[in-house]
Write a protein that binds this ligand. Structure first.
Ligand SMILES: Nc1ncnc2c1ncn2[C@@H]1O[C@H](COP(=O)(O)OP(=O)(O)OP(=O)(O)O)[C@@H](O)[C@H]1O
Ligand SMILES: [Mg+2]
Length: 322
């Protein structure tokens, strides 16, 4: 982790103060949130993550604060929310910019009073749950459009931590790359190394997907039999439609909200997608000889067949450049 960020992490860990973590997709905001929890005296208590963009408002309210039996159709029994579950621990409110306005008001009260009622309930629940919020969105824009409450923003951002994009901390690329390499070598029982050529490409890549993208590139390097695929990925990376490529010198690019949402979605598919891609490439390379493919990726034949069907892989049309 970057020195400055880890200094702040150490410094705020035991204050129980709210932390707002900002930064592009894949920079490691969740990693930082977990580090804060782990460095605090709350570490033995739960750390929970709630994605504020994943649920409609009603369900999100119940997820956060719980509900009483009969609070709504289908509420057959009392359910404890994540705030209550993580009492004396930490709750990460991920994608906080997407928190619906009605819940923004409720959250503000909880931050001020440390108490709330479950949905459909009257009993006052008191909690000591540390709140960390994270977002990769342009909060200033959400503030000025009225989509995000200013008072909540000030309450959340007592400590605001900006995690810089990978292209602004190139000195970390080699360290991260070799730690991923060690991890994947172990996981896939390989002994791949980073050639000077690959290392040079890694240093010069714009890394629009940040550490997550680096992690996936190294996974491909380890899983695939030769470096060509990784060269390709690093030199001419296929980009989702509508995304402008980063400038060649790795300078910053002003992403639109849609673009960022798109990248985030790609990130979510993350590791699984990398595995799927890697497997597809191996299969193409061995012309769909499944016995050979199983040998290359070092899994049993049965596992390979399972993965092929799990990923919905099928032979590509002939003549596709590999
Ligand atoms: N310093 C680091 N060391 C090791 N792995 C890291 C580091 N930072 C990030 N990663 C890895 O990169 C991936 C993305 O990190 P993380 O999920 O924390 O990103 P994020 O900023 O929350 O992204 P998003 O905005 O898309 O949610 C994860 O697999 C994480 O383990
Ligand atoms: Mg995240």
């Amino acid at each position: 982790m970057m020195r400055r960020v880890s200094e702040v992490v150490e410094h705020v860990a035991d204050t129980s103060e709210t932390v707002l973590i900002r930064g592009e997709t894949g920079v490691g905001k969740e990693v930082v949130a977990r580090a804060i929890h782990a460095a605090s005296s709350r570490r033995e208590r739960p750390f929970v993550k709630v994605n504020c963009a994943a649920l409609p408002s009603d369900l999100l309210e119940s997820e956060l604060f719980g509900h009483e039996k009969g609070a709504f159709t289908g509420a057959y029994r009392r359910t404890v929310g994540q705030f209550e579950y993580a009492n004396n621990g930490t709750i990460l409110l991920d994608e906080i910019a997407e928190l619906p306005l009605a819940l923004q008001a409720k959250l503000l009260h909880v931050l001020d009073d440390h108490q709330f009622c479950r949905v459909g309930g009257l009993e006052i629940i008191r909690v000591d749950t540390r709140v960390i919020a994270a977002t990769n969105r342009d909060l200033e824009q959400a503030l000025s459009s009225g989509a995000f409450r200013e008072d909540l923003y000030y309450r959340l951002s007592v400590v605001e931590l900006h995690v810089p994009p990978l292209r602004e901390r190139k000195e970390e690329i080699a360290v991260l790359a070799s730690s991923f390499l060690a991890r994947f070598n172990k996981q896939y029982r390989r002994a791949r190394e980073l050639s000077p050529e690959i290392l040079r490409l890694l240093m010069n890549h714009p890394w629009s997907g940040n550490v997550r993208e680096l992690e996936n590139v190294i996974r491909r390097l380890v899983v695939l039999p030769n470096d060509d695929h990784v060269h390709e990925a690093l030199l001419a990376r296929p980009r989702p439609s509508g995304v402008r490529p980063g400038t060649a010198d790795g300078g910053s690019v002003a992403w639109s909200a849609e673009t960022v949402a798109g990248l985030r979605e790609i990130g979510r598919r993350g590791a699984l997608e990398a595995e799927r891609k890697a497997l597809a490439e191996v299969l193409e390379q061995v012309q769909w000889n499944r016995v050979a493919a199983a040998r290359v990726v070092k899994v049993s034949y049965k596992t390979l067949l399972n993965k092929i069907s799990e990923f919905g892989l099928a032979p590509q049309s002939r003549g596709r450049a590999l």
